[in-house]
Write a protein that binds this ligand. Structure first.
Ligand SMILES: *[C@@H]1O[C@H](CO)[C@@H](O)[C@H](O)[C@H]1NC(C)=O
Ligand SMILES: *[C@@H]1O[C@H](CO)[C@@H](O)[C@H](O)[C@H]1NC(C)=O
Ligand SMILES: *[C@@H]1O[C@H](CO)[C@@H](O)[C@H](O)[C@H]1NC(C)=O
Length: 392
């Protein structure tokens, strides 16, 4: 035993010497790291979609939140795409800056507090569409919920759609993106692009610039995975002849009509509608409390929405899973793993939007570790990383 471990020790020393010197590789290894040697996207279990990044820990939609999600094992990083006044696409959720930035501390902008009609509701606040991208960059993002970690408030800025894409493409393994065409009606009302281009055109143009293309599970898609999502069916249909990337139709609460076509929840979840929309999308993204209704924080009998969607060959990626006790239904005994177990193993969803991608990743690793093939490619990737350290 002693001898073996000594031998191992010597080998480690030898390896470290080799690594720090400019010597040739210790044994033949795959060539320089490239997209080809990145650990691929896992496709054997439901997708772990990091909702606005790892926003349970770090203020939403910031570079740090997205990077943390990648570190924690997310398959996709998810972002809401809006636009600045000067037409730069940004990652930001709300139509106003009020709840998640330090805009209130910026006296220089105090005259930009405004009221606009947002989907039939008069909404007051500071709208990103009234600020240039340069002005937006002077703001700092903060945590939305008071019961979450506040230590990162004021540390990170709003980022552009392009910065978001770069974070995914620079990841050490293949990480997909899951951008939302957010509030397209409002954006197209307030922002104009040269040549009469619409928000949706600009959105697709940006994706193409970075090489996103290909249908679900195609070679191109697996290299740069993406799901395009929207609550607005008109936008999804509009872009369908511009880009063949898979699209997900988001479905809001049962009380909220679609923002562009003013259709009710019942209409868009009918068999006839799913039959229509399946020509444009690969799946739906419903709010989980409409799939399984909730009463006094207890879950009721499940609807047939998932079975219905699956019968139309549509995936289902519900939103949003959150560890916080205040968001967990009592049925789960304050245990987020129980919630994942229920949705993955009992209900059978195909993807999950989560504020805590690390928790979902751990759950999946412990309950359905990746197959040997995927572990082998992970090992290959590690070896490749080792090689790069002695390449100039
Ligand atoms: C913005 O205007 C509304 C309505 O006039 C007001 O209630 C609110 O306090 C204002 N917000 C700020 C930050 O000034
Ligand atoms: C919004 O405010 C305007 C101006 O005060 C008013 O005319 C309009 O009726 C309001 N719309 C709604 C939906 O409340
Ligand atoms: C949307 O539909 C509802 C119900 O049919 C109707 O009452 C409402 O006026 C419609 N809104 C718009 C803006 O068309």
């Amino acid at each position: 035993m002693a001898l073996t471990s000594n031998a191992g020790y010597v080998l480690i020393i030898f390896l470290s010497i080799t690594l720090v010197s400019t010597a040739r590789p210790f044994y033949p290894l795959p060539s320089k790291i490239s997209h080809g040697t990145k650990q691929p996207l896992q496709t054997s279990r439901p997708f772990n979609v990091a909702h606005r990044g790892s926003n349970g820990e770090i203020p939403e939609e910031t570079a740090a939140a997205f990077m943390r999600a990648i570190e924690e094992g997310a398959d996709f990083i998810e972002a809401d795409i809006l636009s600045s006044k000067d037409g730069v696409l940004i990652c930001f959720h709300d139509v106003t800056l009020d709840d998640t930035t330090d805009i209130a501390d910026h006296k220089e902008f105090s005259n930009r507090n405004w009221t606009y009609d947002v989907q039939g509701v008069n909404t007051t606040g500071f709208f990103p569409v009234d600020f240039t991208f340069e002005e937006l960059k002077t703001l700092r993002v903060k945590q939305r919920f008071a019961f979450r970690d506040q230590q990162y408030n004021g540390k990170f800025s709003i980022i552009s759609f392009e910065e978001f894409i770069s974070i995914a493409l620079d990841a050490p393994r293949v990480v997909g993106i899951y951008p939302e065409i957010k509030n397209p009606v409002l954006i197209n009302q307030h922002v104009k692009w040269p040549g009469g281009k619409r928000f949706e055109d600009k959105f697709v143009e940006t994706l193409k610039k970075y090489g996103y293309k290909g249908s679900y599970m195609s070679k191109d898609w697996l290299k740069q995975p993406i799901f395009i999502q929207s609550f607005a069916p008109t936008s999804l249909v509009y872009i369908s002849n511009q880009i063949d990337s898979p699209k997900i139709f988001l479905i809001d609460d049962i009380t909220i009509p679609t923002q562009d076509t003013n259709q009710s929840y019942w209409e868009i979840t009918s068999d006839a509608y799913l039959d229509y929309i399946k020509d444009y999308v690969v799946g739906i993204g419903p709010w989980k409390d409409t799939v399984v209704p909730v009463k006094i924080n207890y879950m009721q009998i499940s609807t047939d929405l998932i079975a219905k969607a699956h019968s139309h060959n549509l995936q289902v990626h519900p939103y949003t899973y959150r560890n916080d006790g205040s968001f967990l239904h009592y049925d789960f005994h304050q245990d987020p793993y129980e919630e994942y177990h229920y949705w993955i193993n009992t209900v059978g969803v195909d993807g999950l939007f989560t504020d805590f991608p690390g928790t979902l990743h751990n759950f999946q690793e412990w309950t359905s570790p990746l197959s040997k093939e995927e572990s082998a490619s992970k090992l290959l990737h590690e070896i490749a990383l080792l090689t790069t350290s002695y390449k100039n």
